[in-house]
Design a protein around this ligand. Structure first.
Ligand code: GCW
Length: 704
């Protein structure tokens, strides 16, 4: 490199490094100049220009993204050529239907070195876009691009975020500021964040977003709001992202003046057809509807003596002419004082298998209760072979310590995806049910309840960006390992210093189990603060419904702890295949992480760990707190490799997490000790705070 160019580059490098103390806004799409000159030059040699003979809008996006990314990484402007005239050493984007690309799923791509160029090839423009981001990722994370030969296809068709965003800008269970969508400014004002949001999603393969809360306002179906939704759809389209809306099932009555919203009433059916027509005339590639019905007070077909299938099929009929889909949620649990909430959704939905229209998916949460830090997989997976089931994971940390706790969720997602339902013999994993391969479905979807908001770094806790990232990567390919995803993310977001990468990866990998230990060890569940779902409230005895209390779930008494879901108890276990029952059904062999999910275990029972239940249980809380201290120490050890602003912010949040962990520990051991009537096991010290003091701390959390 000539002397001045070199000087300029060094200057640029130091300015970019000084200028941003990094606020996290750029997510994993930083594209800072590669510091290692040799490495930078070797990439630069292969990325001298970008060319495509296709000018579709998504191809243009791919070109623009490659240009911006490479220009940043390589420290010099990479040109988009209109005619490469036999030039070598560039990147060629190509849409082509041939034998090779026909092997790919719709959004799949091939990246290969051919005739001394890197060719990104797909049969669709979106495939080329994903391939472009894959190439960038390769370079961003410092991997070799010599002799590239990558073939990659998504395993799931709809890789979607569900936003629980409300029209007034609040987000249900959102911990990273307000909604990204500024409904009152739309459609006239297009916030740059809409574009940056779309870029981030496209970079990890997310191709669908539901804009509004499943507890839905009907206003999104009005002409006034359809124009606003269209404005967002127009921003997202160049990034290959389709827009969906959550519906309020009572909209025909609320908006249309219909007598009611009975899905069998012709007037109601027509109303939905008309609204659907309005939407599609504004947004021809609109994705479809997501519906929460007859759940937690939301309206639904059961209000009129109809079934979930009646409701879903009515909408399916309205949207079918436009190739839209209906995603109907299975998160329902009628209040049954003598029942077990675990079984409610199964009871409603299993009998409906085979009755849904072909453009309907039923969306099931990963577990039977509600996004707890660990749940056994939902028994509906494997129980509805004739219905495509979509997975619903929660990225926002409703039950995982909001944005003050570091919990890397990929291991939680993977644990569920890899669970074997045995529904169609061994190997009928949840992943294979959701990707359609077990029961032969081509309509497939995976949804993540978004953790984004208006906070400058998008997710509140910077480390929670990894959960958004991991969700996208797993929705694309559920067989990727949590470790690999973490290391990709760390290298693009935080540092490439090998020791720091390894330290942070290890910390992330352990973070979820640590959270489980200091909050709900051994399969304890649903003992959190009742309204805000933060902090411990195991003493909660009364609520509007019994299944909203804590005692309903933990069942502590003088004998022991845990919910008996065997045949002697609620027999929720009976909803699973016999192989799964064998796995969890015997308290002597049930793996400890699931023990209290399925068994009422006596305090003195000796567990496989060698300790009694009480001693193991109490120890977990103490070890959990110590592990948070370990996380703090590990984080401190990487300080010199991390941007100072990010370092300080994460350090602060880890300190907050430590304070919270102590609260959980003291509240839970003191509360349950009332039942076990046993001392805190050695070598741990009894809490210095009293149970009443802990109750007061939690009471203050819940005050309006
Ligand atoms: O997890 C619970 C939440 C509710 C949420 C509901 C659901 C959108 O506490 O806030 O409502 O689940 O998934 O519908």
């Amino acid at each position: 490199m000539r002397y001045f160019q070199k000087l300029l580059f060094i200057l640029l490098l130091s300015i970019t490094q000084l200028a941003h103390a990094d606020d996290g806004y750029r997510l994993w799409l930083k594209f800072d100049p590669i510091a290692n000159v040799q490495q930078r030059n070797s990439y630069a040699q292969k990325c001298q220009f970008i060319y495509s003979d296709n000018q579709e809008v998504i191809i243009k996006t791919a070109q623009k993204e490659l240009q911006a990314g490479l220009t940043g990484l390589l420290g010099k402007k990479i040109l988009i050529l209109t005619n490469p005239a036999g030039k070598k050493g560039g990147i060629i984007l190509q849409i082509i239907q041939n034998e090779q690309t026909n092997q790919l799923a719709e959004d799949g791509f091939i990246i290969r070195e051919e005739n001394q160029n890197i060719v990104i090839r797909s049969r669709s423009a979106s495939g080329v876009l994903y391939g472009s981001f894959a190439l960038l990722r390769q370079i961003q994370s410092g991997s070799s691009i010599a002799q590239l030969n990558i073939t990659d296809s998504p395993k799931i068709k709809y890789r979607m975020l569900n936003h629980w965003d409300n029209p007034l800008g609040t987000i249900e269970r959102g911990y990273a500021g307000s909604s990204l969508w500024k409904w009152y400014e739309l459609p006239e004002v297009i916030d740059q964040r809409y574009i940056d949001y779309a870029r981030a999603n496209a970079s990890i393969g997310i191709n669908a977003v539901v804009l509004n809360n499943v507890n839905a306002s009907a206003r999104f179906l009005t002409k006034e709001y359809i124009v606003k939704v269209k404005a967002l759809a127009d921003v997202f389209r160049p990034y290959g992202i389709k827009v969906f809306l959550s519906l309020n099932f009572a909209a025909p009555k609320l908006l249309g003046g219909a007598k009611n919203s009975d899905p069998m009433a012709p007037e109601v059916r027509n109303w939905w057809k008309n609204v659907t027509k309005d939407i599609y005339s504004a947004i021809p590639d609109f994705g479809g509807y997501l519906v929460k019905a007859n759940s937690e007070g939301e309206p639904g077909p059961q209000d009129f003596g109809r079934t979930h299938a009646d409701g879903a099929n009515m909408l399916a009929e309205a949207i079918a002419p436009y190739k839209g889909i209906v995603i109907w949620r299975a998160f329902v649990y009628a209040a049954d004082p003598k029942g077990d909430r675990f079984k409610e959704a199964y009871k409603d939905f299993k009998p409906l298998d085979g009755t849904f229209a072909s453009n309907v998916l039923v969306q099931v949460k990963n577990g039977p209760i509600d996004f707890q830090s660990r749940e056994p997989f939902h028994p509906l997976f494997g129980a509805m072979p004739k219905t495509p089931l979509a997975m619903e994971f929660q990225l926002t940390q409703e039950y995982l310590g909001f944005s003050t706790n570091l919990v890397y969720e990929a291991p939680l997602f993977k644990e569920c995806l890899e669970s074997d339902t045995y529904s169609n013999g061994k190997g009928s994993t949840i992943a294979k049910i959701v990707d359609g391969s077990v029961d032969n479905h081509s309509l497939t979807a995976m949804a993540g309840v978004a953790n984004t908001g208006s906070d400058r770094n998008w997710t509140g806790h910077l480390m929670s960006q990894a959960n958004w990232y991991a969700f996208g990567r797993l929705a694309w390919n559920h067989s990727l390992s949590s470790e690999l995803i973490a290391s990709e993310w760390i290298k693009m977001t935080l540092t490439q210093e090998p020791k720091a990468v390894a330290t942070i990866q290890d910390l992330m990998m352990k973070s979820r189990e640590i959270y489980v230990d200091f909050t709900t060890p051994l399969g304890l569940h649903h003992v959190m603060g009742q309204n805000i779902h933060f902090g411990p409230e195991p003493w909660l005895e009364k609520s509007a419904r019994p299944d909203w209390t804590a005692i309903y779930y933990h069942r502590a008494d003088s004998v022991g702890l845990g919910f008996d879901r065997t045949a002697q108890g609620s027999n929720a276990l009976g909803l699973y295949s016999k192989e799964v029952q064998a796995q969890w059904g015997n308290p002597d062999t049930c793996p400890l992480p699931y023990l209290l999910w399925f068994h009422h275990v006596s305090w003195n029972k000796k567990l496989s760990s060698g300790k009694t239940l009480w001693n193991e249980f109490a120890s977990r809380y103490y070890e959990g707190v110590k592990s948070v201290e370990w996380m703090q120490k590990q984080w401190n050890s990487v300080q010199s490799s991390i941007d100072p602003q990010i370092f300080a912010d994460v350090s602060g949040r880890l300190a907050a997490q430590h304070r919270e962990a102590l609260n959980w520990r003291d509240a839970c051991v003191l509360y349950f000790q009332q039942y076990s009537k046993q001392p805190i096991p050695r070598p741990y010290q009894a809490p210095t705070r009293t149970l009443d003091e802990m109750k007061e701390i939690v009471r203050i959390y819940q005050l309006k």
